[in-house]
Design a protein around this ligand. Structure first.
Ligand SMILES: NC(=O)C1=CN([C@@H]2O[C@H](COP(=O)(O)OP(=O)(O)OC[C@H]3O[C@@H](n4cnc5c(N)ncnc54)[C@H](OP(=O)(O)O)[C@@H]3O)[C@@H](O)[C@H]2O)[C@@H](O)CC1
Ligand SMILES: Nc1ncnc2c1ncn2[C@@H]1O[C@H](COP(=O)(O)OP(=O)(O)O)[C@@H](O)[C@H]1O
Length: 390
């Protein structure tokens, strides 16, 4: 009878380092056979914790993860080596022994509901715009006003009642009416279209009558940027979302030098920004995304959103969530700015930092999937398509 497929059950979660000897030969032979491979628990050669792929590593068509989803199957490049992943129970108790914590929770609708973040975003029948909070965004600068616009529009699409965008005054004229639902608060910029440290006082004054502050998209770098951000970081008694250039400003003076904030703080770095925050290289961040995110959030008492395919949300208390929604078409300018607005919009509605970050990355990814499906080719997707799909 001809052989039509292979089952890989060579190596499991307990192995360390690259497969050696006869294991390495068998893995190479299996891959070279061209036959579809079903991996039991995880492909041999894959690091179960990080998703790192050793040489050699089984390239599976399907992986049947036993009892629990192994973290390494959710992260690239491991996710690619695993193929389609299913979890099957084989009699192992579904509850972890005391003292053992899951490496991460996949953000399904059920997991979000359990977290208290309603993926249906139901509205109260008697709700009004005041019920759903007011976002203040400090973002944009002359070459990057689009980043601010995308973030502000995303906050509204996330369902906050009102959104105000504080922006350098020179940006105002061309933006008037761009998003009529949005309020614009020009701050003095001496006609430069850039931010300056004194503008922080104006942002803080605006924040008194608003529920959450998001800072960073398209902010640019400018003289006195450290003093500007420090004033917001220390002065904002409301939840704060920090993204893009504001993360680079945090990193510039060493993140350890920034005091802990009392109010909730969500940082949303992509791997390049995470590298700047931690002093690691981008490759080092990517090699152990779960570990790096978990360690940083716990050490600094922030909610950390480490973006990229399979975004991770790490809570200050050690919990880690993995988002599996999204589409490669989202690899286009402005999609991160859009996520910042979504998370801020959810915070304004009263979700806590972890709920807002978890639901935010989930909805952002779902919208990306829908936007991709609507285009003739997902490579043509723009961030505006994601906003329209929210
Ligand atoms: N329309 C507008 O106004 C727009 C304005 N924008 C604004 O531009 C400002 C600068 O922000 P930015 O993110 O473009 O620059 P930057 O921080 O140097 O990061 C780039 C480097 O990071 C890395 N990297 C990123 N992702 C990675 C991944 N998944 N996996 C691995 N690596 C990854 C990667 O590094 P590499 O691999 O090349 O070493 C990449 O080259 C900011 O204010 C933003 O809001 C943009 O939003 C666009 C639309
Ligand atoms: N291949 C992918 N699969 C899923 N999501 C992706 C993919 N590539 C990018 N994204 C998402 O798109 C967003 C990109 O954010 P970022 O790099 O900050 O972009 P920008 O700075 O242009 O706004 C992140 O939320 C990221 O998770």
């Amino acid at each position: 009878m001809p052989v039509t497929g292979l089952v890989d059950a060579l190596l499991g979660t307990g192995t360390t380092g690259a497969p050696r000897g006869v294991y390495a030969s068998l893995i190479r032979e299996a891959n070279a056979s061209g036959l579809p491979i079903v991996a039991a628990d995880l492909p041999s050669g894959l690091d179960a914790d990080t998703g790192a792929v050793h040489d050699p590593c089984i390239r599976a068509r399907v992986t049947v993860s036993l009892a629990f989803l192994k973290a390494g199957l959710t992260q690239y490049p491991g996710a690619r080596a695993a193929g389609d992943v299913v979890v099957r129970y084989i009699g192992i108790p579904r509850t972890l022994p005391p003292g053992m914590k899951p490496a991460g929770t996949v953000l399904t609708e059920a997991a979000l509901s359990e977290l208290g973040a309603d993926p249906g975003r139901r509205r109260e029948p008697d709700g009004h715009k005041g019920t759903y909070g007011h976002v203040l965004l400090a973002a944009g600068s002359l070459p990057m006003s689009g980043a601010g616009l995308l973030a502000a529009k995303a906050a509204l699409r996330a369902g906050c009642g009102l959104a105000t965008w504080a922006l350098p005054a020179a940006l105002l004229p061309p933006l008037l009416g761009a998003v009529p639902e949005l309020m614009l608060a020009p701050v003095a910029d001496g006609g430069s279209g850039a931010w300056n440290p004194a503008a922080a006082n104006e942002v803080l004054r605006l924040l008194e009558a608003r529920d959450v502050l998001a800072v960073g998209p398209g902010l640019g770098r400018f003289p006195g940027e450290g003093a500007y951000l420090r004033a917001l970081w220390e002065g904002a008694a409301r939840p704060l979302v920090v993204d893009a250039d504001a993360l680079n400003i945090l990193a510039a003076s060493g993140f350890a030098a920034w005091p802990r904030r009392e109010a909730a703080t969500v940082l949303t770095p992509h791997p390049g920004e995470m590298a700047r925050l931690t002093g690691l290289t981008t490759a080092e961040v990517q090699r152990d995304r779960l570990g790096v995110a978990r360690g940083f959030a716990a050490e600094h008492g922030v909610t950390l959103v480490l973006k990229g395919a399979r975004t991770i949300v790490a809570a200050p208390d050690g919990r880690v969530f993995v988002n599996v929604t999204g589409h490669p078409g989202m690899a286009t300018g402005g999609t991160g700015d859009c996520l910042t607005g979504i998370i801020a919009g959810l915070l304004a509605q009263g979700l806590d930092a972890v709920q807002a970050a978890a639901l935010g990355v989930y909805l952002h990814g779902r919208a990306g999937e829908r936007a991709a499906a609507l285009r003739a080719n997902p490579a043509s997707m723009l961030t505006g398509d994601i906003l329209d799909a929210l």
